[in-house]
Design a protein around this ligand. Structure first.
Ligand SMILES: [Zn+2]
Length: 395
């Protein structure tokens, strides 16, 4: 029996999913855009958003601004799949967005995800055009493995401030590891964003987690007064409990990239985010054992399916270190980074540095991280380090 061809909504007796999940607008104020199911098999966020609308529409809370929620990959959702032709959360580089817009304008035939992307672009642009205050965007996901829910965000000061109200683990430097994620695109276009992995796909607890995340994000954005919605207290307590003994803030130090010929195999038992001791066995490949380089954190270990990321290696970030890096950034110390040997600012893109690895053999990655430069790409003798733009200039 093939289940993949039966639209999930129809199979359960419901109607197929539509783009607009809900909207609530009143007077002037901030805008919060919730995106749920950009991966079509991750539907917990849709139910979570519906619950939040039901709560806020009860009439006892005065909402300022706009809360609007959209379904992401509707076509895939209605088939119960992650995506149909391409991953809708990997197509948001500037070049890809321009290409799909040009294709549409030329009357070209769009595939399933290109159609989704064109519609999402129009909806988010329209919400930004209606906005009377700052625009926030939250992208809701779930994972195949069980684990603690966590938040990923591009490391800008505005986004740090926004996520700091959530008691979940906040992971810095993970969003920057992948090109073309949607939240990064909207950060570059004037929104304050984060993405949340809310728990396992089919766990009903993931709906509770994401409902709590939306409610706390709405409060942090300023859609209603702090404490005006009593349920935010329970939401905070729930997420705090989910975090358990994991650090509040953590950062990616390195990525263990793999290729099929490596025969990489992760040791069993690691959760999505997990502690590891120095020298602990993490994985094996054709060269032998891969052990922890120190006490730290294993992130997103690869257990199923294919991918180029075996795992990410990370560490906890103390609040003192957070404050230090914020102070450095307010001083705009990155102005002086190109005084380092082998480091030059990219003339075409001032948010990027090019590091000549033949000169800067031991490159100061920690310094770049402190200043928010977390997107690191290597090719041959050259490495580029890039950050999200700090100022919010819609364009
Ligand atoms: Zn996802």
């Amino acid at each position: 029996m093939s289940t993949s061809t039966i639209p999930s909504g129809l199979a359960s007796g419901k109607l197929p999913e539509e783009r607009l999940i809900g909207a609530l607008a009143s007077g002037s104020g901030p805008t919060l855009i919730v995106m749920a199911g950009i991966h079509g098999n991750e539907c917990a966020g849709l139910t979570a958003a519906r619950r939040v609308f039901r709560r806020l529409k009860r009439g006892d809370v005065s909402v300022r601004g706009e809360l609007v929620a959209f379904g992401g990959n509707i076509a895939a959702m209605n088939q119960g799949k992650r995506y149909i032709v391409r991953d809708l959360n990997r197509v948001w580089t500037e070049a890809q967005v321009e290409a799909v817009k040009a294709k549409e304008a030329a009357g070209g035939e769009l595939d399933a995800e290109e159609l989704e992307q064109i519609e999402i672009l129009a909806e988010v642009r329209a919400a930004m055009a209606r906005a009377t205050g700052p625009v926030y965007l939250v992208d809701l996901h779930t994972t195949s493995a069980h684990g603690v829910p966590f938040v990923l965000f591009g490391d800008t000061l505005a986004q740090r401030a926004f996520v700091s109200t959530l008691p979940l683990p906040l992971v810095m430097g993970l969003e920057e590891q992948v090109d073309g994620v949607m939240s990064g695109y909207w950060t570059r276009h004037g929104c304050v964003t984060f993405a949340c992995e809310g728990g396992q796909h089919d766990d009903v607890g993931s709906i509770d987690n994401l409902e709590a995340v939306i409610l706390l994000a709405a409060e942090a954005a300023g859609l209603f007064d702090k404490g005006a919605v009593e349920e935010t207290r329970a939401a905070h307590a729930l997420l705090e409990a989910r975090r358990g003994d994991l650090p509040r803030v953590m950062e990616v130090v390195s990525r263990h990239a793999i290729a099929p010929e490596d025969a990489f195999k992760m040791e069993p038992g690691f959760k999505n985010l997990d502690h590891a001791r120095a020298e602990q066995l993490l994985a094996r490949d054709r060269n032998g054992e891969i052990r922890a380089p120190g006490n730290g954190l294993v992130m997103l270990p690869l257990y199923q399916g294919q991918g180029d990321d075996g795992f990410f290696w990370g560490r906890a970030v103390s609040s003192a270190r957070m404050r230090a890096s914020e102070a450095l950034r307010h001083l705009r110390l990155d102005r002086f980074l190109d005084l380092l040997p082998g480091v030059a600012r990219d003339k075409a893109d001032p948010s990027r540095f090019i590091v000549d690895r033949s000169i800067a053999r031991i490159y100061p990655l920690g310094v770049f991280h402190m200043l928010g430069y977390r997107r690191i790409r290597s090719r041959a003798n050259e490495m580029t380090v890039e950050r999200q733009p700090e100022d919010r200039r819609p364009h």
